[in-house]
Design a protein around this ligand. Structure first.
Ligand code: FES
Ligand SMILES: [Fe+2]
Length: 444
């Protein structure tokens, strides 16, 4: 990008640009490959696909069977003639058997059988050459992550500073309550960028604009009752709008506090309400035996934030006890698979079963909750609008939409083939609370 607050339109549909991303971006970044609920038991595996790459993520043998239940990943290609060894997800207690000629691999990727082995020349059976090709895999935040680049920095460095904040918020103890997927007729970056600024909220999500939330309507004097009602209305609008994010449990906790007395001073009243609600939500979850951080301790550290992007394609959006989470995968220059998880906390031992892998719904499917439905209604129109002859570039607000520029210029750094030590500060500049971010010097 030549001008940081102008994004040329071609990068959202040009097949050559898309191909450069396939070759220079995706194979070099950490990708959230699955939630760990998908592979809870020994030998459970799941296939993770992005464009033409497919990776098997598998949980190893239990200690009783000589294993460590560790999560490993392999390229999903038989070492004989390249057939994808697995599809979807399942359990591989006896390992993987290639469906074509029956080559066998253990759960650790080791080749364990080759039918009619003696018919192959020795140079084609070198031990290291016939195991599944390992892929770097690390676990963080309740998810398994993969990276196809042996030179990339460790996962942790590539997801800071979001990782430390989300660790303090105990993101790893969340479980999926539901999981949905949308096929969006737009470029994957366009989809990402619909969720990283709050500038669109007033126009696109009017139900979230609640005038008396801060007691400011018509310069009226501060009314603590109206303030509480407005805050509860906001929490309910978020909760119903996302079918989660602010979990219905937390809305009920807020409603139980509706009649509390607040000081007359507005600042003091808001602080008192927030502190009381934080404590009540924290206590409610701890009392039922769920792992839950102290929201007021997070507030005191200034890290009780609501939205994180983990470059390039994973998001966590915590609110009170729970969160929504997004993942975006390109299917083509103008087609994206967006997944949404609703995550919450459960008493230990009462976590729900693994959610089924979702069928992708169309973006205008009437089953979408109201807030994603509003976002999805704009995205296809935007993708079509970009093709207008007279439209050359997006003009970004340098104060409100700087994150989009920081994100796009970080992608440019990958496409320029820069080394990882140059890219890391840029990646970390994206792994933050994205709303209302300025355009930064990201060091590229
Ligand atoms: S391709 Fe897998 S056994 Fe032949
Ligand atoms: Fe939105």
């Amino acid at each position: 990008m030549d001008v940081p607050d102008r994004v040329p339109k071609e990068r959202y549909f040009d097949p050559d640009f898309f191909q450069m991303e396939a070759e220079l971006l995706w194979p070099r970044v950490w990708q959230m490959a699955c939630r760990l609920e998908e592979i809870p038991e020994p030998y459970d595996f799941v296939e993770y696909e992005l464009l033409d790459q497919s990776v098997i993520v598998v949980r190893g043998a239990p200690p009783g069977d000589g294993g460590d239940m560790g999560v490993r990943a392999f390229q999903n290609a038989c070492r004989h003639r390249g057939v994808r060894v697995v599809e979807g997800r399942g359990t591989c207690e006896r390992g993987f058997v290639c469906p074509f000629h029956g080559w066998c691999y253990g759960p650790d990727g080791t080749n364990s059988r080759i039918p009619r082995r003696k018919s192959f020349a020795a140079h084609n059976l070198q031990p290291d050459d016939i195991n599944l090709v390992p892929v770097r895999c690390e676990v963080w935040g309740g998810c398994a992550w993969i990276n196809l680049d042996d030179d990339a920095p460790p996962l942790r460095e590539c997801i800071e500073p979001a990782a430390s904040t989300l660790d303090a918020w105990m993101v790893e103890s969340l479980r999926a309550e539901w999981w949905l997927a949308c096929r969006l007729p737009v470029n994957w970056k366009l989809a990402v960028e619909a969720f990283v600024e709050s500038y669109h909220v007033v126009q696109a999500h009017p139900q979230l604009v609640i005038p008396t939330r801060y007691g400011m309507r018509d310069n009226a004097p501060f009314d603590p009752r109206a303030f509480i009602d407005a805050d509860i209305q906001y929490l309910r609008a978020m909760s119903e709008g996302m079918a989660g994010m602010v979990h219905a449990n937390d809305v009920r906790v807020a409603e139980s506090l509706r009649d509390m007395e607040l000081p007359a001073d507005p600042q003091l009243a808001m602080a008192t309400w927030n502190r009381t609600l934080n404590d009540a939500v924290t206590g409610w979850h701890r009392d039922r035996g769920a792992k839950m951080p102290s929201l007021n301790e997070l507030d005191a550290q200034g890290i009780n934030l609501e939205f994180f992007q983990l470059f390039p394609h994973y998001f966590v959006l915590p609110m009170y006890s729970s969160a929504s989470s997004y993942r975006f995968r390109p299917l083509g220059p103008e087609e994206t698979l967006m997944e949404i998880w609703s995550l919450t906390r459960y008493p230990e031992g009462e976590e729900p079963l693994t959610p089924p892998q979702p069928e992708a719904w169309e973006s205008d499917d009437p089953r979408w909750p109201p807030i994603p439905a509003q976002d999805f209604s704009n995205l296809p129109r935007q993708q079509r609008g970009l093709h207008a002859k007279g439209f050359e570039y997006m003009r970004l607000s340098s104060e409100l939409e700087g994150h989009i520029s920081n994100f796009e210029r970080t992608i440019d750094g990958f496409l320029a083939g820069l080394p990882h030590d140059k890219l890391l500060p840029a990646v970390q500049s994206v792994n933050v609370y994205p709303f209302d971010r300025p355009i930064l010097d990201i060091g590229l």
